[in-house]
Design a protein around this ligand. Structure first.
Ligand SMILES: Cc1cc2nc3c(=O)[nH]c(=O)nc-3n(C[C@H](O)[C@H](O)[C@H](O)COP(=O)(O)OP(=O)(O)OC[C@H]3O[C@@H](n4cnc5c(N)ncnc54)[C@H](O)[C@@H]3O)c2cc1C
Length: 325
């Protein structure tokens, strides 16, 4: 039997540290527990939501009016160059375990907060590598049938920060089978440390944020792409220009709405400087989208998942900040 709690504050479960309570809250340590929690939500006729490490989620100030299931399935099973890893394992714990087993491939992903399930759903990645490239099979719980299903890579729809599991809210990632490459633990460990050092140098790991708030858009204007490449001396990857560069061009670095601000260090990080509300974050995000569109003609899409918002909900309005000089 799983323990179902009521009115559990969600902010402490998120890296943004924002948002109200869940009406019901349960922790699933196995598939049976997950099923039980979903059945409870069905019986009570309330919506449900899955929570991983909470590092890519913005919770509404009023919280979530249904059942939030915190994923804590935590098994890892190594077989040769493959590992079957459950959704609730912290991504960094997986990186460390693969290093110890002499398995290479996850080094560029070191330091990405959150769990394996959240990473697979959003095809998390960094420094040119994405977790989907290593997945051979993903096991999901279909929330309509409450049965588990296995998806081969070809049917997972992995692409830039997206997957079939993200598009269809009805599939909960339960575990993934990853295939890695053999290597020397010391060398893999060194590459992990190099990635961690690169991330630490950006001084962003301990900000209250969700990492990059917007996806890097594909830009059709060749002049804009050329300007970015000339200015930054790097080639665009897959025609995508960093959202942070566009936000910077729109003059928004450090812009704030209440306690929510565009980070001074990285313009694609919206941060909670202390006491920010979800309404303030939403309004800041709206302002960023509007100003980037008018300054560059590019429409930004959010990477973050919203929890407790209705599809038309832009949350409560707070006053606009003063116009930029
Ligand atoms: C400082 C910082 C740096 C970051 N850097 C990066 C980076 O370099 N690259 C990158 O890709 N991301 C980055 N992120 C974003 C975030 O860490 C990733 O998106 C991460 O994979 C989210 O996993 P999570 O477990 O925290 O998901 P959560 O935030 O808990 O959930 C996000 C969404 O996934 C859903 N979800 C969670 N688990 C499951 C599951 N098992 N099955 C189905 N749906 C599920 C939730 O319902 C929610 O909609 C960063 C975040 C922070 C705070």
């Amino acid at each position: 039997m799983i323990d179902i709690q009521e009115n559990v504050p969600l902010a402490p479960y998120t890296t943004f540290e924002i948002g109200g309570p869940a009406r019901y809250f349960a922790t699933a340590t196995d598939v049976e527990g997950l099923r039980e929690a979903l059945l409870f939500a069905k019986r009570e006729r309330v919506p449900f939501a899955i929570l991983g490490g909470g590092s890519n989620v913005l919770v509404h100030d009023d919280g979530f009016p249904g059942m939030v299931v915190k994923m804590s399935l935590a098994g890892m099973d190594f077989q040769g160059v493959q590992v079957e890893v459950e959704a609730g394992v912290e991504l960094m714990d997986l990186v460390r375990a693969c290093t110890a087993h002499g398995l290479s491939g996850l080094e560029p992903l070191a330091g990405i907060p959150g769990q394996v399930g959240g990473a697979v759903r959003g095809n998390a990645g960094a420094y040119g590598a994405n977790i989907g490239e290593l997945c051979r099979r993903v096991r999901v719980l279909n929330t309509a049938t409450l049965e588990t299903e296995e998806r081969e890579t070809a049917s997972c729809g992995f692409r830039y920060r997206n997957s079939r599991f993200k598009e269809s809210g009805g599939l909960v990632v339960v575990s993934a089978l990853l295939e890695l490459t053999p290597g020397k633990p010391t060398e893999i460990g060194e590459r992990v440390e190099t990635t961690l050092a690169k991330r630490a140098a950006r001084n962003l790991q301990c900000e209250r944020s969700v990492g990059s708030f917007f996806m890097n858009p594909v830009v059709s204007d060749p002049l804009l792409v050329e300007r970015f490449e000339k200015e930054q001396q790097v080639r665009c990857r897959d025609g995508r220009v960093p959202a942070g560069w566009l936000i910077d061009r729109a003059g928004l670095r450090s812009t704030a709405v209440g306690g929510a601000a565009v980070s001074h260090q990285h313009a694609n990080y919206l941060i909670n400087t202390g006491g920010a509300t979800a309404a303030e974050v939403v309004q800041l995000a709206r302002l960023v989208k509007e100003r980037v569109l008018s300054a560059t003609g590019v429409e930004l899409q959010e990477e973050v998942s919203r929890l407790g918002f209705s599809s038309t909900d832009d949350s409560r309005r707070v006053p606009d900040p003063p116009p930029l000089p």
